[in-house]
Structure formats: structure tokens, C-alpha cells
Design a binder for this molecule. Structure first.
Ligand code: PEP
Ligand code: CO
Length: 449
């Protein structure tokens, strides 16, 4: 395998999960347009994220990553962006307090449009059509016309990402994310949650800490750090035409950065060491994630580390494990031991969503909070037993009050799923369920201390 990398070198490798674009000229036009548009993020921000993730790799911080499974062109509204940010910030405060560590906040947002699919086709009744591959490729409607890949959608995804990011930047620097506010939102949650009493003590301790800081003069007006939030974006780097078109050379270092998001990850279906996705991403300087499912061996992980992080830089590579509550105990320890034996620096993050999906009796895809929590608890226990740092968690969530996952303190049951089932791909936690999970993580951790 040739070691020379350039932004085009992925084209010499097999690229799985790429759309069958019917009009190559239209694709070329889109590629040229995207290549000429302004970057969405800049290299200095990307380097900051890598430094934060280096702290996570060294056990000094914790990573919280979350957002939609797939962003939607239809559900593109300011309040939905705001509420997604709000819930992630609320979760971060609970985790910061529970873990006694800074939490690095990364949204699955402003670019999370393309989806890998297990099957190329979808059948309903007697009709079989190409699968929906995310809004940046085709439309979710079940008609032949909707499912034709259209490169104009890549441009629409770019503009929606730019607009989303603009609002996120305004919120995170303009005072909306003031720590006192976030704490007040959490108190509301504790008051209104059926299981709120369980969390009252933790919330009370947080209030005491905030009051104490205020007394000694640390509040949002004296300490800007309390109202300015560092928030990063991420998505699965799936459609390589899009990812390449948004890759730029940083003028200060001459390195290539993928300026479509701060962090890019490789999905479980496209992590072949010789595949096009690994080839493309090894050449960009952004911190990278890689999903790791139950088929991965310790040798596979070391090969991926060799390809994606040959210099063994802390914070460069996050392994996002997604085994399922019933498989993590068999899989994670041997991978941790393999990585430790070779002295590789990685961030270990737990995606408790993708190994715990099942079909409800109504046929809707769902996930049960008890399995999600079960996988997270084992993730923490296994890392404690191995003497390694459980670096982070990765969720599919929304701030909207959807009914897509079952369980949680408001007890969403299988029969409630059709009430508000709005995801265009996988089932997400709603705001209540997301906060429940964080309070439960904080509870588990305070017992471990
Ligand atoms: C996802 O994160 O939505 C996804 C498709 O995950 P995975 O690659 O782990 O299956
Ligand atoms: Co998903």
C-alpha cells in the first residue's frame, strides 16, 4: 500500500456506502462549488479540540458527544437547535459535577446528514426501493423519485450546517449558556421529574457550590468563563466527495484540515484499514473518532491506530465502542488490554445506542433506557477493573419531547412510541431521558468514589 497521502488518494481505495450518483457532471459541479465555499470551522478551533481530547486521553477530562442520528431538512428550526444545545449543556453540568472533571462538549450537529445502511434497499409491502441514505443524499419519502441521489442535497446540507453553526456560535458566546442558567434549567428538571427526589441531593450540592462561588465573587459577570461555552461539532465522515471538498490547507502549518466539522468519525461499516474512509481521514489533522463494534479484534484496533494515529498523539483518536449491553463484557476488556499492551494513546468513549436497537411490536425501531444504562455501567466498571479511564459517552438525543426510546423516569412505553416518533433514522433519547441518564451516571460514579 502506498503511503503517500493527498486529498484525492482515497479514490484509489474501495469506498463503501457511497451513493450511486446518477449524474456525474452534477456531482462534479457540486464538488467544485463546495470546494470554493468558505470553511465551516477553522484550524485553530480544531487544534483546541485536540488539546481537550488529549486531556481526556490522559484521564483529566471527559467527553460528551451527542445529537441527532441524522439531521433533517424538514425539522430545521431555531428552537430545535437551541433545545439540542440546551440538553447537552445540562448533561455536561451534571457530569462535570458527578465526575469532578471538565467535560468536553461535542455535538453530532451541523453536518450529521449522511447515513450508512445495512441494506441497499428497503421493502414495504410489495415495493422495493433504494434505501434512504440521509438528507444530504436522497429524501426519506418512500417513492422512487425521492430515493434518487441528488448532489444538490450536499450543497443544501452545507448551507444548513453553516446556518446551524451560526446559531450555535451565537448561543455559546452570547450569554445563553451562562452556568447559572443551565443550573436553573436542571433544577426545573429535578422539580418536574417523577424521580426528581433522587437527584435533589446532587442538585442541592451544585446549588451550594454555585452560591459559594457567587459569595467569593465568581459569577458570570466577573468570570466570563462561566458564560462562554466551548462547544465543538462532529459528524460521520461518510460521503467522501463532501469531506474532500471541504478540506483546506491551513496557511499557518501547511497541514490539511477537514473544515466541515471539528471532529470527524468513521462508522462501524466503513472502518476497513485499507478502505477509502481510513485513507482519507488519516491525512487530515482533525481529531478522529472510529466506531468499534463486536466484530473488532485487538489486532484490528492496533492496525487502525497505526493507520490513523501513527505518531501516537494523545487526543488524535477516539474509539467509540458500541457493543450492546449483552456484549460489552465479552468484548471491551480484550480490546483495552491489546491497546494497553502496545502503549497506544486513545480516548475510550461508550456509544450505548447502536448495539441496543430492537424492533418494537409496532415495528418501530427503539432502544430501552435500561439497556443503555446497562452498557454504560459496565463500561465504567470494566475501565475501573482494567485501570484505564472511561473517557466519554456518545448519545443520539434531541431536546424535543419525542417518544422514540422506551423507559426513563417518565416511563415511555412501547405503546407510546407512535405518539411522537420523528427521527429520520435511529431512535433518540428525549431531553428527560438524556438528563435521567446523566444523573444516573453521576449516582453510579459517586458510589464508585
Ligand atoms: C451512527 O452513529 O448513527 C451509526 C450509524 O453508528 P455505527 O457506525 O456505530 O453503526
Ligand atoms: Co444512529
Amino acid at each position: 500500500m502506498s503511503n503517500a497521502w493527498n486529498p484525492d488518494s482515497w479514490r484509489n481505495h474501495e469506498a463503501l456506502q457511497q451513493p450511486n450518483w446518477p449524474d456525474q457532471n452534477a456531482l462534479k459541479t457540486t464538488f467544485d462549488n463546495l470546494s470554493s465555499y468558505p470553511p465551516l470551522v477553522f484550524a485553530g478551533e480544531v487544534r483546541s479540540l485536540q488539546r481537550r481530547l488529549a486531556d481526556v486521553a490522559q484521564g483529566k477530562a471527559f467527553l460528551l458527544q451527542g445529537g441527532d442520528c441524522a439531521e433533517s431538512f424538514q425539522q430545521f428550526r431555531a428552537d430545535s437547535i437551541r433545545d439540542k444545545l440546551k440538553v447537552l449543556l445540562q448533561m455536561a453540568v451534571i457530569l462535570t459535577y458527578g465526575l469532578e472533571k471538565p467535560v468536553v462538549k461535542v455535538g453530532r450537529i451541523a453536518g450529521q446528514f449522511a447515513k450508512p445502511r445495512s441494506s441497499d434497499t428497503e421493502t414495504k409491502g410489495s415495493k422495493t426501493l433504494p434505501s434512504f441514505r440521509g438528507e444530504s443524499v436522497n429524501a426519506p419519502d418512500f417513492t422512487a423519485a425521492a430515493r434518487i441521489p441528488d448532489p444538490d442535497r450536499l450543497e443544501r446540507a452545507y448551507f444548513q450546517s453553516a446556518s446551524t453553526l451560526n446559531l450555535l456560535r451565537a448561543f455559546t458566546s452570547g450569554g445563553f449558556a451562562n452556568l447559572q442558567e443551565i443550573h436553573n434549567w436542571n433544577q426545573d428538571f429535578v422539580r418536574n421529574s417523577p424521580q426528581g427526589q433522587r437527584y435533589a441531593q446532587l442538585a442541592g450540592q451544585l446549588s451550594d457550590a454555585m452560591r459559594f462561588m457567587d459569595i467569593i465573587g465568581i459569577n458570570p459577570s466577573t468570570a466570563p468563563v462561566l458564560k462562554e461555552i466551548e462547544y465543538f461539532t462532529s459528524h460521520e465522515a461518510l460521503i467522501l466527495e463532501y469531506e474532500q471538498a471541504l478540506t483546506r490547507v491551513d496557511s499557518t502549518t501547511n497541514d490539511h484540515y477537514n473544515c466541515s466539522a471539528h471532529l470527524l468519525w468513521i462508522g462501524e461499516r466503513t472502518r476497513q484499514p485499507d478502505g477509502a474512509h481510513v485513507e482519507f481521514l488519516r491525512g487530515v489533522k482533525n481529531p478522529l473518532g472510529c466506531k468499534i463494534g463486536p466484530t473488532a479484534t485487538a489486532d484490528d484496533i492496533i492496525t487502525l491506530c497505526d493507520r490513523l494515529n501513527p505518531d501516537n498523539e494523545a487526543g488524535r483518536l477516539t474509539l467509540i465502542t458500541r457493543f450492546g449491553a449483552d456484549k460489552i463484557a465479552d468484548n471491551l476488556p480484550k480490546l483495552i488490554r491489546g491497546v494497553e499492551k502496545e502503549g497506544r494513546s486513545v480516548v475510550w468513549s461508550c456509544d450505548p445506542m447502536h448495539g441496543n436497537t430492537f424492533s418494537s411490536t409496532s415495528g418501530l425501531k427503539t432502544r430501552d433506557i435500561s439497556n443503555i444504562l446497562g452498557e454504560i455501567k459496565q463500561f465504567f466498571e470494566i475501565h475501573q477493573a482494567e485501570g484505564t479511564w472511561p473517557g466519554g459517552v456518545h448519545f443520539e438525543l434531541t431536546g424535543d419531547n419525542v417518544t422514540e426510546c422506551v423507559g426513563g423516569s417518565h416511563e415511555v412505553k412501547e405503546e407510546h412510541l407512535p405518539n411522537r416518533y420523528e427521527t429520520t433514522c435511529d431512535p433518540r433519547l428525549n431531553a428527560q431521558q438524556s438528563l435521567d441518564i446523566c444523573f444516573m451516571i453521576a449516582e453510579v460514579l459517586s458510589k464508585q468514589k
